[in-house]
Design a protein around this ligand. Structure first.
Ligand code: ADP
Ligand code: MG
Length: 727
């Protein structure tokens, strides 16, 4: 056995769970390291506090003098938590988070030193971050980027650093991160949703999107992972024969959590509590060594920050427990992959969930309005929503029989389908008194009762209504939720804007009563958006055929899916809703294509390296043993040796054939890579997708066959059965 694999197994077998002491009740720990309302009230002057709260609620600017006061309070609070440094914490277009630490410490003229922090440093920083992706924005404008404080997401202390959530923008105003467009989308949504809410309740002055994500992940012992260059470099295994036992017995799902994993989870949960991430649910997932963690839902911007923060914390905490955490959507072939369901809804400042049916017919009409508009928005922008979850790693999951196909559809359940069917028949124009009563009492009025015993849930739908929220299930486990959330909230904002225009016109021009007008517009939307609704099995081949007939898109690869992002329709949408400019949209598209190509390029190089430098030499070594054996048999048996060496000779031939298979495919793949590298943008990504990537399976095929033939003692890489079942 290779020394690395051997020592990895030894090390793993002697692991003990790391002992984790509970630091106190969870409710007492919660938010302890967050500069939240409670801490702000304690540390800030009244004026400063009010100013921050106004900025959060109404987006008002914070005066420079007040910013100085806030900074001093923030520093004092952070010092009380033993912080020594501060950082502007941001989410560049790499999808991860970034930070550059500066000490509070400063020397004072005339000797001595002190801790210092002021409004200028709080509000704006200029990280020398020229290496982050910018899609040509900063080259074109020769502008630098800066980070700007986002007061809507509270600062927190992690370790000994005060982290200040920020947006990252170019001096010319273009966003260079995932958060700035998200904040703009949420702003657009607030504006149009609040306007629509006023039809039903004049007291509503703000609407927030809510997000509750569910993070799936794998835990692999560090030592075992280190013996796999593919896992370390790409986050997934590029080869490896499937184990005799995989997940076919479903014995891991919701099973008892292993001790080592449990201490990791407890440690992680305590860290999350301190950081104000309200994690609540933990369980085993379908695949061996796969787990899930979900928090209580929050306002979308905060939930996005919390997911990014949590992924960072998970990496750090997992190291303490000698685990490597895998966020890749498909780390193991033949074993379920990981997703990140995004539960999404809308809530008013008066505390009403707009996607939850209410107690009165009026409240239900409001529910139906937001419900039907959501369906219509997904219908109109299904391709864009598909594009929002596209990535090289998520391509392995979508349509791979465990996650929804790459086709967007909406599931609402049979009862709500029946309600929409009835509403389709609402009279055009003015309604008779009987019809009004009928609608209010018998259709709209019945919704809460209906939903109460609405048990049909469809796990195969990419966008499902689940009683009081929609669940976008196609998001990948590695994704930054900001991308799908920006697009979902933008298309809903646009749809609600259209809705208001249409209703107002019926009221003003056709003299319809407000609810008559609402019913009339909803009726048209229900008719127009029918093709996006699908209640059947979303994994089946029949649906693929049916969806094609309906004219729904089915983009199976990222380079294909991403095209929609720069379509005229998408660019117009982003501009109209003031979420992104033309330049920003195009720059992002370029970055995403490049990211795709680079990821495939890295995988291709790693695979070639492992196949040639690990697998082939091992195969040859074993083949030599066989050759020695055959020679020995010949010495003993002379011409009779054939009778005794048949199997060995067969194996020697097969090994040679697989070695040839690997070599010729690696060579062809390398040639294709060279060709791809001469191209740019779409063509570059297309070549990586359609010319380079197809070799992966061929090379893997030969490697995996060799894994089954070669002496287990010689095999250099930890095997699936070791990675997945030892902990
Ligand atoms: P389940 O769907 O498994 O029965 P829940 O309905 O309680 O469980 O919630 C599942 C996930 O949906 C949780 O992560 C939760 O935070 C989130 N969620 C619940 N309500 C909302 C909401 N109004 N907006 C956004 N997310 C929500
Ligand atoms: Mg799940």
């Amino acid at each position: 056995m290779s020394t690395l694999r051997f020592s990895a197994l030894q090390e793993t077998l002697h692991r003990k769970p790391v002992f984790i002491e509970e630091k106190g009740r969870r409710s007492e720990l919660f938010g302890k390291n967050v500069f939240n309302e409670q801490a702000m009230r304690q540390y800030m002057t009244k004026d400063a506090y009010k100013s921050v709260m106004d900025a959060i609620e109404f987006g008002t600017k914070i005066d420079r003098k007040i910013a100085d006061q806030i900074a001093v309070s923030m520093k004092d609070w952070a010092l009380s938590k033993n912080a020594t440094h501060y950082t502007h914490w941001f989410q560049p277009l790499t999808g991860a988070t970034a930070e550059k630490h500066d000490a509070f410490f400063e020397t004072v003229q005339g000797g001595g030193a002190m801790e210092h922090f002021d409004g200028g440093k709080l509000v704006q920083q200029e990280p020398d971050a020229s290496s982050f992706p910018h899609g040509g924005i900063r080259n074109t404008f020769e502008a630098r980027g800066y980070t700007a404080w986002d007061p809507t997401s509270p600062a927190f202390v992690y370790g000994t650093t005060l982290c200040i959530p920020t947006v990252f923008v170019a001096y010319t105003g273009e966003a260079l991160d995932n958060k700035a467009p998200l904040l703009k989308a949420l702003q657009a949504l607030d504006t149009t949703a609040t306007a629509v809410c006023k039809y039903f309740d004049k007291n509503v002055s703000k609407v927030n999107a809510t997000l509750g994500w569910e993070q799936e992940y794998f835990l692999i012992d560090t030592a075992l992972a280190i013996a796999r260059p593919d896992l370390m470099m790409t986050g997934r295994t590029l080869l490896g024969h499937s184990p005799a036992k995989g997940q076919q017995l479903d014995d891991h799902y919701f099973g008892s959590i292993p001790d080592r994993v449990m201490s990791f989870m407890r440690d992680l949960e305590q860290e999350s509590m301190l950081l104000g991430v309200p994690v609540k649910t933990r369980h085993n997932e379908v695949a061996p060594n796969q787990f899930e963690l979900a928090p209580i839902f929050e306002e979308a911007n905060l939930a996005v920050d919390h997911n990014s923060l949590l992924m960072d914390v998970m990496e750090k905490v997992s190291q303490r427990h000698q685990f490597k955490v895998l966020f890749h959507e498909k780390p193991f072939q033949g074993i379920n992959g990981s997703g990140k369901h995004n539960n999404w809804s809308l809530v008013t400042n008066t505390g009403v969930n707009l996607l939850s049916p209410g107690k009165t017919p009026m409240k239900n009409l409001q529910f139906l309005t937001f419900f039907v508009n959501t369906i219509k928005a997904v219908h109109d922008y299904e391709e864009l929503l598909r594009a929002s979850i596209a990535s090289a790693s998520n391509d392995h999951r979508l349509g791979a029989n465990e996650a929804p196909l790459a086709i967007m559809s909406v599931f609402i359940g049979s009862q709500l389908s029946a309600v929409l069917d009835e509403l389709e028949n609402v009279t055009k124009g003015k309604l008779s008194p009987k019809e009004k009563t009928d609608l209010k009492l018998n259709i709209v009025g019945k919704i809460p009762e209906i939903l109460l015993d609405n048990t049909d849930r469809n796990r195969t739908s990419p966008f499902a209504f689940t009683g009081n929220k929609f669940e976008l299930r196609a998001v990948g486990s590695w994704a930054n939720c900001a991308e799908p959330m920006t697009i979902l909230n933008t298309i809903i904002a646009k749809q609600l804007k259209e809705f208001k225009i249409e209703v107002d016109e019926l009221v003003e021009v056709k003299n319809l009563k407000k609810d008559e007008a609402v019913f009339n517009v909803l009726r048209e939307y229900i008719k127009a958006s029918k093709k996006i609704r699908f209640e059947g099995d979303g994994y089946g081949i029949e649906w693929e055929k049916e969806a094609e007939k309906r004219g729904l898109s089915n983009h199976k690869t990222t380079p294909e899916a991403l095209k929609t992002k720069i379509s005229e329709k998408s660019i117009a949408l982003f501009q109209e809703m003031k979420v992104m400019s033309n330049i920003e949209v195009i720059a992002r598209h370029e970055i995403e294509l490049e990211k795709y190509s680079k990821q495939i390029q890295i995988e291709s190089r790693v695979l070639a390296d492992i196949a040639r430098n690990h697998v082939i030499p091992t195969a040859i070594q074993y083949q030599n043993t066989l050759i020695e054996n055959v020679k020995g048999l010949k010495e003993i048996f002379g011409n009779d040796f054939q009778n005794y060496a048949k199997e060995q000779i067969e194996l020697i031939k097969k090994i040679s054939a697989h070695i040839t298979g690997i070599n010729s495919n690696v060579e062809k793949m390398t040639e294709e890579r060279k060709e791809a590298n001469k191209l740019h943008g779409q063509k570059n990504a297309d070549n990586y997708c359609y010319k380079v990537k197809p070799f992966f399976n061929q090379i893997r095929y030969h490697c995996d066959k060799l894994e089954l033939m070669v002496d287990d003692n010689l095999w250099p890489l930890t095997k699936y059965r070791e990675l997945l079942f030892i902990r």
